[in-house]
Design a protein around this ligand. Structure first.
Ligand SMILES: Cc1ncc(COP(=O)(O)O)c(C=O)c1O
Length: 437
């Protein structure tokens, strides 16, 4: 027999903070700054004041980062089922009882999630749980690279446009075992580049949302499949992924990642994890376990439907605005059969890959700055500067402001176009007049 006692003050504290009103444009947190004995509101971008009720009109619409805040309303709605309490003595040991770095329950829950969504085969696979895909990507490149051959490091490649971290990370760690070589087509065994290749395949791709396949084949090519966005929020799921090394991340939900792979690579990646972080914090694992239980509730329908509907509405609104423009375009994505939703559906990408079509608009981000928008420069993805990536996964406030400012840009174009048309018409008229005169 027991009576609730020591969790009472913790739960009261959590609920008190959650009850602080920030006008729907911010949030107070348990570990936020305290003023007059109370945690203060942390406002969304472009909102200020003690309760975040003041809109800051001059503020920049920041569509740069892929911060997946669009799911926050889902977790607020599911507060009761997703909350955990972490006592001070929760798993103080470095290891679990079986010496592993991940709890058996969490391992099983990850497999269940993939089975429910139908996006990856996990039977007979190892799972490594990392702090995020960023850490696992480096662990994977390191594990697949040729060691002890400083004169012939593995060549790390990705198809343009590619996720900038691949280049930045490989160059930052500056290893003798692997080097970033850029676009897959610039260096491969078919065009005279000899050596061992590690190809990073991102599907759906960041930045353009296309479902991609590996380009390089054969014994000297190893592949890392980055499936960070292979979830129904962002793409139809045409088939179960069954690749050798697959990286998934829950960062678009919770900030955590996982990977499935074969024995030898598994051992090398485990060594990397042991030497870099000695596993993921136990309270994080507990939290992820709870969040995944909510994610698979009702066969995943609630969370993934929420994610899909939100992203679909955003993509539709942006596409409608962009359809009125000739100076700017966004990528086209195919509709496909989605095994998760059991129907043909369109893509609902995490990012818009915006192109400035006019010859003179060579730096597209600079053009966007004229209406107070900033995105991520195309050159970072190995592409031309006339491309910009716009993030569609941030909060509603962020998206609404982005859409409004894109609307301004397009209406400026149409007004200009209107003026141009009148001018052309007038010139024609004057011309005719002259001729007849
Ligand atoms: C393609 C791709 N891979 C990996 C990551 C990193 O994921 P994580 O946040 O889990 O480190 C991102 C994040 O934006 C991404 O876009």
């Amino acid at each position: 027999e027991w009576e609730q006692s020591w969790t009472k003050s913790a739960t009261a504290e959590a609920e008190f903070v959650a009850s602080i009103s920030c006008s729907g444009h911010g949030r107070a947190f348990l570990d936020g700054s305290i003023v007059d004995g109370k945690p203060v509101c942390e406002c969304n971008a472009c909102y200020g004041g003690s309760h975040c009720s003041v809109f800051l009109p001059e503020c920049i619409a920041d569509a740069d980062s892929g911060d997946p805040m669009f799911l926050e309303p889902f977790w607020l709605k599911h507060a009761a089922s997703s909350t955990i309490v972490v006592p001070g003595w929760h798993r103080m040991s470095y290891e679990f009882n079986d010496d592993s770095l991940i709890s058996k329950e969490l391992d099983a829950q990850i497999r269940k999630l993939h089975a429910v969504i139908g996006n990856a085969v996990t039977d007979g696979r190892f799972i490594i749980f990392g702090v995020g895909a960023t850490q696992l990507l480096h662990a994977a490149v390191q594990a697949l690279s040729t060691t002890n051959h400083p004169s012939s490091p593995s060549r790390v490649v990705a198809s343009t446009p590619y996720y900038p971290i691949y280049k930045e990370q490989t160059e930052f760690f500056n290893s003798e075992d692997y080097k970033f070589e850029g676009d897959t087509s610039l260096c491969n065994n078919n065009n005279g580049c000899k050596g061992n290749f590690i190809e990073l395949v991102t599907s759906p791709n960041n930045p353009d949302g296309q479902l991609k396949k590996a380009v390089l084949q054969g014994p000297s090519a190893k592949t890392i499949h980055d499936f960070a966005y292979y979830w129904p929020h962002y793409t139809p799921i045409p088939a179960l992924a069954d690749e050798n090394l697959m990286i998934f991340t829950l960062s678009k939900l919770t900030g955590h990642g996982e990977a499935d792979l074969d024995e030898a690579v598994h051992q090398r990646m485990l060594t990397y994890m042991n030497l870099s972080t000695y596993g993921v914090a136990r309270e994080t694992q507990l939290r992820v376990l709870k969040l995944l239980k909510v994610a698979v509730e009702n066969e995943g329908k609630e969370m993934f439907n929420f994610g899909y509907q939100t992203m679909r509405n955003r993509w539709r609104k942006l596409s409608k605005t962009m359809s009125l423009s000739k100076w700017f375009s966004i990528q086209e994505l195919e509709t496909q059969f989605c095994s998760f939703s059991e129907r043909v559906r369109g893509a609902t990408p995490a990012y818009a890959w915006l192109k400035c079509e006019r010859e003179e608009d060579k730096d597209c981000n600079a053009v966007l700055h004229s209406v107070n928008i900033t995105g991520r420069h195309g050159s970072l993805f190995g592409a031309e500067s006339r491309f910009v990536r716009l993030s569609l996964v941030k909060s509603d406030d962020d998206f609404d402001l982005l859409l409004k400012r894109m609307g301004t840009l397009v209406s400026q174009e149409n007004n200009n176009d209107g003026i141009n048309k009148i001018m052309t018409h007038t010139n024609e008229f004057i011309g005719t007049d002259k001729c007849t005169g």
